[in-house]
Design a protein around this ligand. Structure first.
Ligand code: NAD
Ligand code: TDX
Length: 331
């Protein structure tokens, strides 16, 4: 099978490519990535000779048309992915996440191929801390930020192309990922690399916000399971029952990195900051044989911390630029 992976130089996409080379060696992989600030070719270095890499944007209709025609399946990770950036400048989110997805859908329709669209639990908005309900495939979208609104828009386009044109597509909405090769702007790598540099973790507001953490390999295994065992036209929620509030996560990181429990600081909160995400992944578990392998958050974090400690060259240059942006935003 020939598989086009969009956004394959980013965090989840590059881990997907590495994982697919291991568990599906017969797949022929082509990556398209625009190499924004979030793309890193070093993430693909171990498989550089085993894949085809095309630098370009999914918003480029001619390029997308050509690449989709040459492949059987598109796995669509490419996106602007950081909420804080979307509050600062929303336009790249509209272009990559909405127009880029539209270009892919039109090419997949024209050439009668298949697409799996990667999305996020953030499209469903947020939950109260004491709400006994978790997000389900049937939960109405209710996004809060320009980022999550752009992802919800893309999801709705995919659903419309399924209904109106019979597009061969599946969707998945996953909770917060962690693991190696995540950009240092994101919560967990920002704190780990800060501590490695002697800088205290930065907690937005009071830190009561809850995220439902999943290891990136578990997310990517679920994507493979959906592609192989899921039903066309369906949406699947991916989650590993990993709810933790941000204070708890910082406490765990500090403990694993041998720092005192109070060695962190509060910074300005994110405007419109979603309070809680939580995923009910019953449908995925009922229809596929997928089960999360990283059920111990401590073990997963230990592996992630060790990776950042051993791969300073991977993150060092982007660290300074990222912290300049945060300094400007007061976070
Ligand atoms: P990332 O920012 O690390 O990587 C995104 C990649 O897409 C980068 O390599 C970037 O260069 C590329 N890209 C951006 N715009 C592009 C364009 N127009 N054309 C081609 N390439 C482009 O993001 P990530 O965390 O790996 O997220 C990947 C996908 O997973 C996104 O669709 C995101 O919405 C979704 N998702 C992420 C999480 C999470 O916790 N990180 C959770 C659920 C879903
Ligand atoms: O320094 C920080 N301090 C802090 O307290 C940073 C960077 C974040 N936070 C908080 C904000 C969130 O409550 O930590 C939580 C996680 O923040 P992010 O890593 O920015 O993730 P989030 O906004 O939850 O979105 C992530 O999960 C869903 C991904 O970035 C999205 O791409 C995905 O769709």
């Amino acid at each position: 099978m020939k598989v086009l992976v969009t956004g394959g130089a980013g965090f989840i996409g590059s881990n997907f490519v590495l994982r697919a080379r291991e568990v599906r060696p017969a797949w022929e992989l082509t990556v398209i990535d625009a190499m924004t600030y979030a793309g890193n070719r070093a993430s693909l270095a171990p498989v550089e000779d085993e894949i085809r890499f095309v630098e370009g944007s999914i918003a480029d209709a001619d390029l997308v048309d050509r690449l989709v025609a040459e492949n059987d399946l598109v796995i669509h990770f490419a996106a602007e992915s950081h909420n804080d950036n979307s509050l600062d400048n929303p336009w790249p989110f509209m272009e990559s996440n909405i127009i880029g997805t539209y270009r892919l859908l039109e090419a997949v329709r024209k050439h009668d191929k298949r697409i799996h669209h990667i999305s996020t639990d953030e499209v469903y908005g947020d939950l109260e801390l004491d709400d006994p309900n978790r997000f389900l495939e049937t939960t109405p979208v209710n996004p809060s930020s320009p980022y999550s609104a752009s992802k919800a828009s893309a999801d709705l386009l995919v659903r419309a192309w399924i209904r109106s044109f019979g597009l061969k597509a599946t969707l998945s909405n996953c909770s917060n990922n962690y693991g190696p090769r995540q950009h240092v702007e994101k919560f967990i790598p920002r704190q780990i690399t800060g501590i490695l540099d002697g800088v205290k973790p930065k907690l937005y507001g009071a830190g009561a916000n809850v995220r439902d953490w999943i290891h990136v390999d578990d997310h990517n295994d679920a994507v493979i399971a959906i592609v192989e065992q899921g039903r066309l036209g369906e949406t699947y929620l991916i989650g590993a029952d990993g709810e933790q509030n941000n204070r708890q996560m910082i406490a765990l990181i500090l403990e694993l990195m041998d720092k005192p429990a109070d060695w962190f600081e509060h910074v300005n909160d994110r405007p419109g900051h979603d309070l809680r995400y939580a995923i009910d992944s019953t449908k995925l578990r009922a229809e596929t044989d997928w089960r999360p392998q990283y059920q111990d958050i401590r073990a997963g974090l230990r592996q992630t911390i060790d990776w950042y400690a051993a791969n300073r060259a991977w993150w060092e240059t982007s660290k300074a630029a990222t912290e300049q942006v945060y300094a400007r935003l007061g976070r």
